[in-house]
Design a protein around this ligand. Structure first.
Ligand SMILES: Nc1nc2c(c(=O)[nH]1)N[C@H]1C(S)=C(S)[C@@H](COP(=O)(O)OP(=O)(O)OC[C@H]3O[C@@H](n4cnc5c(=O)[nH]c(N)nc54)[C@H](O)[C@@H]3O)O[C@H]1N2
Ligand SMILES: Nc1nc2c(c(=O)[nH]1)N[C@H]1C(S)=C(S)[C@@H](COP(=O)(O)OP(=O)(O)OC[C@H]3O[C@@H](n4cnc5c(=O)[nH]c(N)nc54)[C@H](O)[C@@H]3O)O[C@H]1N2
Ligand code: SF4
Ligand SMILES: [Mo]
Length: 695
């Protein structure tokens, strides 16, 4: 850093859990201070665009409440910063190592559960916790917050997690955004959509239960009931066959059982789907004819519509569409869900795959409440969890069944260490809190789910106060516990370099100088014209679900609507969608003033007719509940939903709600088949006015 003349511009990549993984240009005011952050103009995907929350990242790096020193709790669990005193790093690490060693001596090494998710998506700083687990033979983690249901449904059909190049959206005449809200959650995608509309007059269709900011821009918005996408997809396919808008040559050459599919779909008519989805038959037919009539259609499949008990089945059904019309054959056509499968990074050393013991148990991260409650099914015959090391995640807010999670964290016999940037609600439960660097303060490398670029970054400013990186903390704890491994003995830069070389990619210095490396496979490959990655190289309408997850018997043989959601009933007449908010990223940015101001307060979006029936006025308090919990927040009348559907954009901290309990208190921790996965949008609730009126 010494050679830099300030002010300067540094190159980096956004580390947050977002498909865009924007290439960034960061104004460096001095060795410790940043100014504006901009999207890199020369990156063909980022194209100079980035979201507002990261543009004002200076608010987050230089936040007055950022953690800078290790802290030891001296007051009760779950309170704020005042319940902690500052301590030195050596004391903090010694205490943690001693507590872990004590717990492991008493109960065995699986009593320690290193718990993480995707606060940073860096392949080193996020994933070196896996080396820590493998080296110490602790409990491992089934990471089910986000991608599990979606991956299952996509991979069942295509065999691999990749798809069409998102830059090709600009060459499409019909863009279908299905079950995601890119205006909020991956703003760059909208830049490529806008180009197609401006330059070619492309049409935009959005499939989503509410008129979100993306749907507001659509030519056609299919505002279906949550969890009914399988029915919509089947009816569209039925209509494509009925109108002979299918590419029979493509079907014969590239798919497994097209004729069986056709007869299976005979009973899945638009009228049938209309009853299930709440859409008009005409809308379904209109969409089918539009989709069947424009061959270079681009289907952008989001995560949101898979967060349901039938989410994997819904993803599989929607992913069948381009195989019917042969859209895969056309430049600008095809589909993308996510591209994690294109990079092939060898993480053997980073994750310690060479020391992995497959006999150690794997605990489901979304079921942390049940794990901490000691549910025997979750513990799988192993010891209770009596020690937690939390990095990169805020389970007290993001995990399902909040009440159970909070009760678990409050256990007296549980030792908790949280490594964080802020005093999150999870950190407030810790015995020891450690301060973490931000992405501009450490070295890392990133692959992107929503595009095709690999990016290598280096620290651009000095760490704030005494902050240390994830990798460093894990290495120091492992050493104190008597373990060593090459993945903890080398510097981050050396490990990144080694991983890149093992993967046949340019080295660290080359990639850092180039800013990014495009891993796109080319049109033929990206669009599977050289075959899908299933055993017979065909797209599977009839997947072998047993290859995808253990609960395969629950899956439909052919694409279908699987009626296994938590349906509305007399007691719970409303279906709740707990969608992401624009200015937050999960719970990250709930601490920044710009985001807080823009989001104002937790809000229940409810149809005016439903509100009237409840006697609930705009801006009044609504109590929303089910058998798990009830929460209190302000209502806002909104006609961009079907009756019986409500939306809470989040993830607001629990304490932002009037009674200190947030939206995930209402969400079940039941796993979706076939391979698990959290079901954030599969919730039935009752709603009452705060004065007691009820529906
Ligand atoms: N601003 C912002 N950006 C984010 C995030 C954030 O919290 N805020 N989160 C980040 C993360 S971790 C991820 S994984 C990505 C996710 O990004 P996306 O792939 O866009 O997925 P979601 O944002 O979860 O999708 C939300 C949309 O799904 C819709 N939805 C819910 N249920 C259904 C259904 O049954 N059918 C259909 N068709 N639609 C449904 C919701 O109404 C909502 O509009 O975004 C990332 N980016
Ligand atoms: N209701 C509802 N709930 C949801 C969802 C939803 O749509 N609706 N979406 C779900 C999804 S898709 C996801 S992915 C999960 C995400 O949930 P989480 O992965 O828990 O995401 P965040 O809440 O942003 O918490 C990440 C934390 O990591 C910290 N952090 C960031 N970088 C670093 C670092 O380098 N080191 C360390 N030690 N810490 C760091 C941040 O300060 C932040 O507190 O939430 C899920 N929960
Ligand atoms: S949060 Fe997403 S859109 Fe915003 S800068 Fe990061 S990668 Fe880009
Ligand atoms: Mo996610």
């Amino acid at each position: 850093m010494a050679a830099v003349v300030y002010p300067a511009v540094g190159y980096s990549a956004c580390p947050h859990d977002c498909p865009s993984t924007c290439a960034l240009e960061v104004e460096l005011i001095d060795a410790r201070t940043i100014g504006r952050v901009r999207g890199a103009r020369d990156n063909s995907y980022t194209a100079g665009v980035l979201c507002a929350k990261v543009a004002r990242y200076a608010e987050r790096v230089h936040h007055p409440e950022r953690l800078g020193q290790p802290l030891r709790r001296r007051g009760p669990r779950g309170r704020g910063r005042d319940a902690f005193v500052e301590i030195g790093w050596d004391d903090a690490l010694d205490e943690i190592a001693e507590a872990f060693a004590r717990a492991m001596q008493r109960h065995g090494s699986e009593t320690l559960w290193p718990y993480h998710y995707a606060g940073t998506m860096g392949l080193l700083q996020r994933d070196s916790i896996e080396l820590f687990r493998n080296l110490l033979k602790t409990s491992r983690q089934h990471s089910t917050f986000c991608i599990t249901l979606a991956d299952a449904g996509w991979i069942a059909g295509t065999g691999v997690k990749r798809g069409s190049d998102p830059r090709a959206m600009a060459d499409s005449d019909l863009l279908v955004i299905w079950g995601g809200n890119p205006v909020y959650t991956q703003v760059n995608a909208m830049h490529h959509v806008a180009r197609a509309r401006r330059e070619r007059g492309a049409k935009l269709v959005v499939v989503d239960p509410y008129r979100n900011a993306t749907a507001q821009k659509a030519d056609l918005h299919l505002m279906l009931r949550p969890g009914t996408d399988g029915a919509l997809a089947c009816a569209v396919m039925h209509q494509l066959f009925a109108d002979d808008l299918v590419d029979r040559e493509y079907l014969e050459a590239y798919t497994d059982v097209p004729r069986e599919l056709e007869s299976h779909l005979a009973s899945r008519s638009p009228a049938w789907a209309s009853d299930i989805t709440g859409l008009d038959e005409d809308e379904i037919v209109e969409f089918a004819r539009l989709y069947g009539g424009i061959k270079n259609s681009f289907l952008r499949l989001g995560y949101g519509f898979t967060r349901s008990r039938n989410g994997a089945a819904n993803m599989h059904a929607a992913a069948c569409l381009p195989a019917l019309t042969g859209a895969w054959r056309e430049p600008g056509g095809g589909a993308l869900y996510a591209n994690g499968g294109i990079y092939g990074i060898d993480q053997t050393v980073i994750k310690g795959l060479d020391v992995l013991d497959p006999a150690t148990r794997v605990l489901d991260q979304s079921r942390i409440g049940d794990v901490l409650a000691g549910d025997p099914r979750d513990l799988q015959g192993g010891p209770p969890v009596t020690a937690l090391l939390v990095q990169n995640t805020n389970p007290a807010v993001v995990a399902p069944e909040t009440r159970k999670v909070l009760a678990g964290f409050a256990r007296d016999d549980l030792f908790v260490c949280v490594h964080e940037q802020f005093m999150t609600e999870t950190a407030a439960f810790a015995d020891i809190v450690l301060p973490a660097t931000m992405f501009l303060e450490h070295d890392d490398f990133y692959q992107a789910g929503g595009h095709t670029h690999l990016q290598v970054t280096r620290a651009l400013i000095e760490p704030f106060a005494e902050c240390r990186s994830n990798h460093r903390v894990l290495a120091e704890l492992a050493r104190r516990l008597g373990h060593s491994h090459p993945g903890f003995e080398q510097s981050p830069r050396a490990l990144i370099d080694d991983a890149l070389r093992r993967s046949g990619l340019p080295d660290e210095a080359t990639l850092f100088a180039a800013h990014w490396h495009d891993c796109a496979g080319g049109f033929e490959h990206d669009n599977f014209l050289d075959g899908f990655e299933t055993p017979d190289r065909r797209f599977h309408f009839r997947p072998d679900w047993s290859r995808v997850g253990p609960d395969y018997a629950a899956m439909p043989a052919l694409p279908d609507y699987l009626p296994v959601m938590h349906a509305a009933d007399d007691e719970h007449p409303f279906r709740l969608v707990a969608a992401p908010a624009r200015q937050f990223l999960n719970t990250s940015f709930t601490e920044t003033p710009g985001s807080r101001r823009a989001e104002a307060r937790p809000t229940l979006l409810i149809h005016p007719a439903d509100a009237a029936a409840l006697g609930l006025g705009d801006g009044e308090l609504a109590r929303v509940g089910n058998r798990l919990a009830d929460i209190l927040l302000h209502a806002k009348l909104f006609d961009g939903v079907q009756r019986g559907v409500v939306v809470i954009e989040s993830i607001w901290p629990n304490h932002a709600f009037i009674e200190g309990l947030g939206v995930n208190a209402l969400v079940s921790a039941e796993p979706g088949p076939p391979n698990g996965g959290a079901i954030y949008h599969d919730t039935a609730v009752w709603i009452r006015t705060d004065t007691g009126g009820s529906a």
